[in-house]
Design a protein around this ligand. Structure first.
Ligand SMILES: O=C(O)C(=O)C[C@]1(C(=O)O)C=C[C@@H](O)C=C1
Length: 357
């Protein structure tokens, strides 16, 4: 789909874009205090706060509702900070437009549902308010892409992406695993869309916020969305991941913005290193091709003798040996596992084609 996308926020040279504010607007006092403290940092581009909170189970704090929009209006009047909040229904959009909210965002639980996205898109039609779109809860790039397309088709041209990580059933130190490759793929599909990292939802805790924000800047994200609360421990939602404006200010100080690419002088050295990488890649592909030819021969052997393609004991042995060899060369266990799984599947596919002939 041909798109003419514009920036949601205009960057200040030399620093990344910053969206910050409490997870939820709780009281007028809490919102105003947070906004005033953040405004003092002089680095915040947009003040965020949840007014309607989609909670997993009923009974948790579900947001103050419409009343909170007036507090955001006051934030803008008294601090000059532009404001943003989450919308999930047509009525939310109308209320926000009436209250003069500057930017809207679609949450992960909305992006996941095309009916909801379409309802919001229809309500947006005829307006030109910028919209940020969080990734869906599950790692389905199509849903994220679909949400962008629905909002764009409604006539919105200032659209951005928020990477908040994905639900994961296994053991992990993240609240929502980042799966950076999904965001990278989204950037590849939509190079003009600004990309923000929601480090609060990826981490779910305070001590890793900085590390994840830096990782995003290393990957050339445009900025971050972080949850900041004047008294994080007392927050009515997501207390564990919120930090004070002061700690947030320190975090911003410590973040290093990266240049998008090398300048002309640096480029010469980079070109030589890239040439060497191309050579190694070409060798690796040649070796993989050779490996698959051997798998084909084993496939012929098995076809002639009616032997199963999968040989679990042999594969276990290969995995164990390769993990050790990989470690010696500085390759992580995680990388070795996914590399070997891909090789094994390709080998099985090759042999399947032969034994099924
Ligand atoms: O050794 C075999 O029997 C093979 O088929 C080769 C191979 C491999 O690619 O290394 C592929 C499938 C088996 O599960 C185990 C190993």
């Amino acid at each position: 789909m041909e798109m003419n996308i514009k920036k949601v926020l205009t960057p200040t040279p030399g620093r990344g874009l910053v969206i910050a504010g409490p997870c939820s607007a709780e009281t007028e006092g809490q919102v105003m205090q947070c906004a005033k403290d953040l405004a003092k940092l002089n680095q915040v581009d947009l003040f965020r706060s949840g007014i309607w909170k989609p909670r997993t189970r009923p009974g948790s704090f579900e947001g103050v509702g419409k009343e909170g929009l007036q507090w955001l209006k006051r934030v803008k009047e008294e601090t000059g900070l532009r404001t943003t909040t989450e919308v999930a229904k047509a009525s939310h959009v109308y209320d926000c437009l009436k209250a003069g909210i500057d930017v809207l965002w679609l949450g992960a639980r909305t992006t996941v549902n095309p009916f909801s996205v379409q309802e919001v898109a229809d309500a947006l039609s005829g307006t030109d308010i910028p919209v940020l779109i969080k990734n869906p809860i599950n790692p389905d790039l199509g849903l994220w892409q679909g949400a962008v397309e629905r909002i764009y088709k409604a006539g919105i041209t200032r659209i951005g992406l928020i990477h908040r990580g994905f639900s994961y059933h296994g053991k992990t130190s993240y609240r929502n695993v980042p799966r950076w490759q999904m965001a990278i793929e989204m950037k590849r599909k939509f190079p003009d869309l600004q990309m923000f990292v929601d480090n609060s939802h990826i981490c779910g805790r305070r001590d890793t916020l900085q590390e994840v924000a830096q990782e995003a800047l290393n990957l050339n994200y445009d900025g971050l969305m972080t949850e900041v609360h004047p008294r994080p421990d007392e927050a009515w939602s997501d207390a564990a991941q919120q930090i004070t404006p002061e700690v947030f200010g320190e975090m911003l100080q410590n973040l290093r913005l990266r240049k998008p690419t090398a300048d002309e002088v640096e480029m010469a050295d980079l070109i030589e290193l890239r040439r060497q990488i191309d050579e190694v890649d070409s060798d690796l592909i040649g070796m993989l091709g050779k490996r698959m030819q051997l798998a084909d021969s084993i496939g012929e052997f098995k076809a002639a003798r009616n032997i199963a393609v999968l040989q679990s004991d042999r594969w276990e042995a290969i995995m164990a040996e390769a993990a050790k060899a990989g470690a010696k060369h500085g390759l992580s266990e995680e990388f070795m596992k996914s590399y070997l799984r891909a090789v094994h599947q390709e080998s099985i596919d090759h042999q399947d084609a032969i034994v099924n002939r």
